[in-house]
Design a protein around this ligand. Structure first.
Ligand SMILES: Cc1cc2nc3c(=O)[nH]c(=O)nc-3n(C[C@H](O)[C@H](O)[C@H](O)COP(=O)(O)O)c2cc1C
Ligand SMILES: C=C(O[C@@H]1CC(C(=O)O)=C[C@@H](OP(=O)(O)O)[C@H]1O)C(=O)O
Length: 377
């Protein structure tokens, strides 16, 4: 029983894939923050399934309805409830394979934990569908951060072995890349050629009844130095907690991440210098974080997203009604790749996590103020 996360802010996620609706309750935002519904809708559109063979054929409108906490286009300071209806469910697909656990999905573990009372239709509460709610809440946080000069965006750094162009080290060039990703309505990549090759690889796997995975990389610019708490609420702890909550994320690394283990200190340390009166580093192997606290350099975090578990090749499983090995042939509608759809979910998770940390550090008033306190103190 744990569907709420956050310290200064609290985000609750609710709903099941085939229930009436899914949604989020976001609490702890100050009064008076502009709620840009157009921006939120644009972020929802990035995750939404579309025709074309790159996503599930369960097409939903994914329209966000605000039930509370917003009046005349601004936050009221009370809990914000956002609801997204489920309108295109096809539960019969799941009735056909009832009791047959999908390998790699949460069917078995949900059954063990909830003793058969879980809503198994469409993966229930374990469905990637629930990430639409996270997207809505994260988009609200993202627009709040943007108003303070903090930009967050994610690209598919790799899908099915195809690599995208790398993020730039130089902040201005990186900012331009983040802006391009924000405006991007197709596959979230920096290189068009890489995007084409990724699409081909996704379709090739799908045509064989299979799926592919990828690596998602997020960068954040404009973050002040000094956000993050020591030890348990370090920036890495907070963001890893949120990123591992996204279904199908199996790895998280910051900056040079696992590659740091193979470097010498002389290669891994980021040399420090001063530019325009500000301490900066000339490399960013630490991904903008030292001692769990932001150092003012761009924050860089990557996740490993596994290939979609529901594939159309016959698979070996267990029939929970007989407790005998059985063969599973999945019938429903599934994503041949999760990574490209989850990119905006990752942006949302990071935006919420940072909004929470900044509120812990500077109190809630920065959210609605014109001038951010970190620019004036
Ligand atoms: C945006 C998104 C879409 C997803 N689509 C599917 C899907 O179509 N079919 C599927 O089996 N899993 C899909 N998943 C992944 C499962 O929800 C996930 O693998 C499952 O809940 C088990 O969790 P775990 O992989 O973290 O262990 C999706 C995940 C996300 C984030
Ligand atoms: C509905 C979405 O994706 C779903 C994620 C999902 C899963 O197991 O995660 C399984 C499928 O659900 P269903 O069998 O009901 O079609 C996907 O379509 C969505 O992302 O909006």
């Amino acid at each position: 029983m744990k569907n709420t996360y956050g310290s200064a802010l609290a985000l609750t996620i609710f709903g099941e894939s085939h229930g009436a609706a899914i949604g989020a309750v976001l609490d702890g935002l100050a009064a008076g923050i502009p709620v840009d519904e157009e921006f939120i809708a644009a972020q929802m559109e990035k995750r939404r399934a579309k025709k074309g063979g790159l996503s599930t054929s369960r097409i939903e409108a994914d329209q966000v309805r605000f039930l509370s906490g917003v009046y005349n286009g601004r936050t009221t300071g009370t809990a914000i409830t956002m609801v997204i209806e489920n309108t295109n469910t096809r539960s019969g697909d799941y009735a056909k394979t009832l009791g047959l656990c999908r390998p790699g999905h949460a069917d078995y573990t949900a059954h063990v934990k909830y003793g058969g009372f879980e809503d198994f239709r469409g993966g229930g509460h374990f469905s990637g569908r629930i990430t639409a709610a996270l997207c809505a809440a994260g988009a609200l946080c993202q627009s709040m951060l943007r108003a303070k000069g903090i930009r967050v965006a994610t690209h598919a750094a790799r899908i099915a072995g195809v690599e995208d162009e790398a993020f730039a080290l130089e902040p201005e060039a990186l900012n331009a890349q983040l802006e391009a990703l924000d405006a991007c309505t197709g596959l979230p990549v920096l290189s068009e050629a890489a995007g084409e090759a990724m699409q081909q690889a996704i379709r090739a796997a799908a045509s064989e009844g299979d799926s592919v995975g990828g690596v998602l990389e997020t960068a954040v610019t404009g973050l002040p130095a000094g956000a993050g708490e020591p030890f348990f609420d370090s920036v890495e702890s907070q963001l890893a907690h949120l990123l591992f909550s996204i279904p199908a994320v199996k790895g998280v690394e910051f900056g040079a991440g696992f590659a740091m283990a193979g470097l010498r200190g002389s290669q891994a340390n980021d040399p420090m210098t001063v530019k325009d009166g500000r301490v900066i580093t000339t490399t960013n192997n630490n991904g903008g974080i030292n001692g769990g606290i932001t150092n003012g350099m761009p924050l860089v975090v990557r996740t490993a997203v596994k290939p979609t578990p529901s594939i159309y090749k016959p698979q070996q499983t267990v029939d929970m009604s007989t407790l005998q090995p059985a063969e599973l042939q999945i019938q429903g509608r599934h994503d041949p790749c999760i990574a490209h759809r989850a990119a905006i979910v990752q942006t949302a998770a990071v935006a919420f996590g940072l909004a929470d940390l900044l509120t812990q550090r500077w109190g809630p008033l920065w959210q609605a103020e014109e001038e951010a306190p970190w620019n004036t103190d």
